[in-house]
Structures are given as C-alpha cells and as structure tokens.
Ligand binder design. Sequence first.
Ligand code: ATP
Ligand code: MG
Length: 271
Amino acid sequence: MSEGNLIDVSAASALLEVGPDPWRDYLEVRGLRVEFDGFVAVRDVDLTVLNGDLRFLIGPNGAGKTTIIDAITGLVRASGSAKFGGEELLGRSVHSIARSGVGRTFQTASVIDELSVLANLDIAGGAKRPRRLLWRARGADVPEAVAEALEVIGLARLRDQPAGSLAHGQKQWLEIGMLLVQNAKLLLLDEPVAGMSQPEREQTAVLLRTLAPHHTMIVVEHDMEFLRAVADSVTVLSAGQVLAEGRVAEIQANQKVQEIYLGTPTSEGGR
Ligand SMILES: Nc1ncnc2c1ncn2[C@@H]1O[C@H](COP(=O)(O)OP(=O)(O)OP(=O)(O)O)[C@@H](O)[C@H]1O
Ligand SMILES: [Mg+2]
C-alpha cells in the first residue's frame, strides 16, 4: 500500500486470506415478493449466489434491484425466503440481519463527513466508546480489523482526515471498509461506481475482485464496461422478475436481454 490511496491487490489478498466456508456462506433467495400498497415491485424472484461468484444484478430503472437488497437487509417487508448460510433473514430486524454478516451500501454514500476515516470505521465496528475514540490520540493503536480494512480500501494514509474531505470514490471505498469492519460476509453493493471517475472505477474493480474470493457479493450496476471487467455472473431483472441469468458472455449474447437492456448504444452504461 505504498501510495496510501491506491489499492494493492497482493497486500489486500494476504490480509483477507482467511476465507469463509464456500458451502455455508451462500445466499439462497426463493419466491421473493415485495408489494407497495398493492403494487408488486418484486415477484417470484429466485436467486442463488455462491461465495466467490461475483454476481451483478442489472435491469432498467425501476426493475426492483434496490428493492431486492432492501428486502434481504430487512428495510422493506417481503414474503418468500432469503437465507444466508442457512439462516432465514426475512422477518427479522435490520440490526439482527446485519449481525448475521449481511452488509449493504446505498446508492448515495452514507459516511459521517465530520468524523475521521478511522472514526467512521470504528463506529461501523460497533465501538461502544464514542467518547474514547473521538479523543483518541493520533497514532494510537487501532483495532486489527480496522487496520486491515484501512489497508484493503487503500485509505491507510488518510485515516485521520475527515471523511468529508475524501474524494467521491474514496467515500465509497470507506463505506465498503465499514462493511469489512462489521465482518460482513454477504456484501450487497448498490451502484458502487455511480459518479466515479475512470481511475476510481478501475480502483474499485480491483477492490471488488480482491474481495470476491472471500465474500458472497451482489453488485447492482448500470455501467456495462464495469460489469464486463468485474462480474463473474449476471442476473437480469425486468419489471420485478428475473429475465435471465448466466455468465457474462451468455448474458451479452441473450437476445431478450439485448432487447430490454444491452442492445443499443443509448442503453449502454445508461438506464
Ligand atoms: N417505498 C416505496 N413505495 C412505493 N413504491 C416503491 C417504493 N420503493 C420502490 N418502489 C417502486 O418499486 C419499483 C422498483 O424500485 P427499485 O428502486 O427497486 O428499482 P431499481 O431497479 O433499483 O431502479 P434504479 O435503477 O432506478 O435504482 C419502482 O417502480 C419503484 O417506484
Ligand atoms: Mg436502485
């Protein structure tokens, strides 16, 4: 991590070498359904995502991508089933689901601008001593999980900076770091590269590929170039239902998908 704000794959991989159990840590969604006042936003959605298979979830605006993440994380009521590591998530509180190793980011970053990078990570780690961490001297020891996250997200050198002073991309990385500190094993990332510059996208691609072998991941993203660079597999959603699923090449070749989403230059990278 010599440059402080660049992601070093080998260093990050070494830090993350203790991986999860590939057979236990997988997501199994069956018959997921979400209704808003009689409007069915998500219906009959089945989704199986194995550890290490970096899944992209794509589909036009309003297809229900964010709603699926909201359902899995307990933010909206849903019927059907969503199991992670064999544990049912539906019907539980947001906090209880988070404690089962499920972490998500939002379409807009939700870091606390006034606090340092380090304090944001500390709080994410459930530090029950805000006073102490706010007053902690610079250079004092940081918990191992926080130090590891700082390395992985490439913000070690910026740890004492207020989060509000970070570049847009760095804020998104900080949010991902907050999930790592929480020891989240299922990462649900909602449009992580929206608004990022090209170099930031490339760094994020490296970061996500680094995390993939050790996590179960769903990335919602509209950017097709980013998808081609990062995804292992793709689920295409349309009007709340799964339209197609497969490896990246299969999905690109799928005519139904091309018609609704991938086909013309105007839909490329757009919505
Ligand atoms: N709280 C809500 N109340 C009513 N309708 C909602 C609510 N949240 C989402 N919807 C509707 O559900 C549908 C799916 O929305 P969702 O935000 O999941 O789409 P999306 O695929 O994430 O779209 P985008 O690409 O624009 O982020 C849309 O028709 C949306 O208007
Ligand atoms: Mg959305």
